[in-house]
Design a protein around this ligand. Structure first.
Ligand SMILES: [Zn+2]
Length: 48
């Protein structure tokens, strides 16, 4: 099941949506300015 995550880029201030499958690790790149955007932790995966 895919989940869409909405982010706001702290660099350019634009928002963008990615599928959670695209989020690999703790950062992703803003499609607008290519800056790395920190990914907030997901609460639905608590395996550690
Ligand atoms: Zn940006």
């Amino acid at each position: 099941m895919e989940m869409l995550l909405k982010f706001e880029c702290p660099e350019c201030g634009k928002t963008f949506i990615v599928e959670d499958l695209e989020v690999d690790g703790s950062e992703l790149s803003c499609p607008h300015c290519q800056e790395e955007v920190p990914v907030p932790e997901c609460d639905d995966d608590e395996e550690e």
